[in-house]
Design a protein around this ligand. Structure first.
Ligand code: CP
Length: 324
């Protein structure tokens, strides 16, 4: 059991915080995916709303930039009929030196029930969960290089919808594994859900080999070999903002060696899914023809992220049995 296991559950074993896939079991991940399946239908209705979380308040605390995660959490909470508070960090008292804990305490005093937290420092959501008031829930929306568990769950949901399950799946995660919280969470989720094979593919400078081995994934430093025979290709963004030194020659050379081009995808096969958590660097990790092509499910990932985040919010606020 990792340090994240115990704090994520209450004494009765129910999910209290959602901080990391580590420490969670297959039954719980499957429960989230099943709940998301029910919530996906809400988005197809004329009135995209259910009353499950009426009277609850969800606060979005994004200390780092976001397009997809922040807005889909907001939509998810609104579709559950919760009230939503989007704290503008740049215009908040954080700019005057208020500590993270004081910000949490003040928003708790306003009776917020659930906090969605993104922060550049690994461990921030865990820290807030340790210091949150009883009854308050914390969701990690991405912390440094550590974890992005709802992104991994929406990726699993997308895969399950297309492939039905995980047992026969070979999945390649390609690119900047070293700086990627998404890759870490995806690997844990794929392992817990029983994927047949998980590969990480990329330059030696961007793959932490020992950590990858500890997670039970196969490491490839050749793109064609890494993609051979896979069912799902997950491309990752080069995380330039997290690179301390010169780990790569240039983006042009990176694309030449590691970019997913139509020709390279054709060699993988027509049946392979192409995924990317976003934001995409077109012409760096993948060609536009691939990103916008028939095998790409990138925008579907974004749409399904609303249902997955509805599932996580509903589960944390105690609406597991009610369903959508
Ligand atoms: N995938 C993802 O986390 O995107 P954002 O940074 O836009 O939220």
């Amino acid at each position: 059991m990792t340090p994240f296991g115990p704090i994520q559950r209450d004494p009765e074993g129910r999910l209290r915080h959602f901080l990391s896939i580590e420490g969670l079991d297959r039954a719980l991940l499957t429960r989230i995916l099943d709940l998301a399946e029910g919530f996906a239908g809400v988005g197809e209705r004329l009135i995209k709303k259910v009353p499950l979380c009426r009277g609850h308040t969800v606060a979005n605390l994004f200390f780092e930039t976001s397009t997809r995660t922040r807005t889909t959490f907001e939509l998810a909470a609104k579709r559950l009929s919760a009230d939503v508070l989007n704290l503008n960090i740049g215009a908040s008292a954080t700019a005057k030196g208020e500590t993270l804990l004081d910000t949490l305490r003040n928003l708790e005093a306003m009776q917020c029930d659930l906090f969605v937290v993104r922060h550049q420092a690994s461990g921030t959501a865990h820290f807030l969960a340790q210091h949150s008031a009883p009854g308050v829930r914390i969701v990690n929306a991405g912390d440094g290089r550590h974890a992005h568990p709802t992104q991994a769950m929406l990726d699993m949901f997308t895969i399950r919808r297309h492939r039905g399950g995980f047992a026969d799946l070979r999945v390649a995660i390609v690119g900047d594994i070293l700086h990627s919280r998404v890759a870490r969470s995806q690997i844990h989720a794929l392992n817990v859900l029983g994927a047949r094979e998980v590969r990480v593919v990329g330059p030696r400078t961007l793959i932490p080999t020992e950590a990858a081995a500890a997670l039970g994934v196969r490491v490839f430093h050749d793109l064609a070999a890494g993609l051979d025979g896979v069912d799902v290709v997950i491309m990752l963004r080069l995380q330039r903002e997290r690179m301390a030194g010169a780990l790569l020659p240039s983006e042009r050379e990176y694309y030449q060696r590691w970019g997913l081009t139509p020709e390279r995808l054709a060699a993988v096969g027509e049946g392979a899914l192409v995924m990317h958590p976003g934001p995409i660097n077109r012409g760096v990790e993948m060609a536009s023809e691939v990103a916008d092509g028939p095998q790409s499910v990138i925008l579907e990932q974004v749409r399904l992220g609303i249902a997955v985040r509805m599932a996580v919010i509903a589960l944390l606020l105690g609406y597991d049995e009610a369903g959508p």
